[in-house]
Design a protein around this ligand. Structure first.
Ligand SMILES: Cc1ncc(COP(=O)(O)O)c(C=O)c1O
Length: 212
């Protein structure tokens, strides 16, 4: 018979001290949000939950300035949002142009590989934005690429890439695929990016915002 170790240790509830968090994350939570966390739990099929979810989807569309009805919130760490996006967009054998100028560009590359995609890597120096001309060159060399993946705000270094330009510099693609940590606050809410080319209808669009 095995003996459990540590059984005599007294288990106590955890009371974290109050801290002022100044980093990019985790961050302080507004008291209004903390108060909301103490409200009653309801089921995910409850009509009230569905109503609230529809409202959140609508607000997400506003934040992204999109009419895409597949705008949804994944309640998980940003990494799960990234994985959700790749798993749903990349098909085995598909070419994906992946921009890597920091940790999270590298993570996108891993996602593409795990999905069985064929990455075309556009490398830039860490701390520098993604070079749009390199992206354009990658599309010229790989006109069969279906997706462009880049990190708008590369948290690992603080480099912000010019999402609007990157999207416009890919005239061959119907759309680009911005991976973002700070997308809406960093651009004008009233100027959606131009990204359309009816000749490439097979290109995919998707984006995510992780916590910021
Ligand atoms: C730009 C960026 N920063 C940070 C993260 C990490 O987020 P989390 O720690 O919430 O998984 C991600 C995840 O995808 C990201 O894309």
């Amino acid at each position: 018979m095995s003996t459990l170790t540590g059984a005599s240790k007294q288990i106590t509830s955890f009371s974290p001290p109050a801290r002022r968090l100044m980093g990019p994350g985790p961050s302080d939570i507004h008291p209004r949000v903390m108060a909301a966390l103490s409200r009653p739990t309801i089921g995910h099929l409850d009509p009230e939950f569905v109503r609230m979810m529809d409202e959140v989807k609508e607000l997400t569309q506003y934040a992204f300035q999109t009419q895409n009805r597949l705008s949804m919130v994944v309640s998980a760490p940003g990494t799960a949002g990234m994985e959700t996006a790749f798993v749903n967009l990349v098909e085995r054998g598909e070419k994906v142009i992946v921009c890597r100028n920091g940790v999270f560009g590298g993570r996108m590359l891993e996602n593409v590989l795990r999905c069985g995609g064929v990455p075309v890597i556009v490398d830039d120096t860490w701390g520098k934005p993604v070079d749009p001309e390199k992206v354009q060159a990658a599309f010229s060399s790989h006109p069969d690429a279906k997706i462009l993946a880049f990190v708008h705000a590369e948290t690992s270094t603080g480099a912000r890439s010019d999402a609007e330009t990157l999207c416009q510099y890919t005239p061959e693609a119907k759309s680009a695929y911005p991976a973002s940590r700070g997308c809406p606050p960093l651009r004008s809410a009233r100027q959606p990016w131009k990204r359309s080319n009816p000749e490439r209808p097979s290109c995919r669009a998707g984006s995510w915002i992780s916590t910021w």
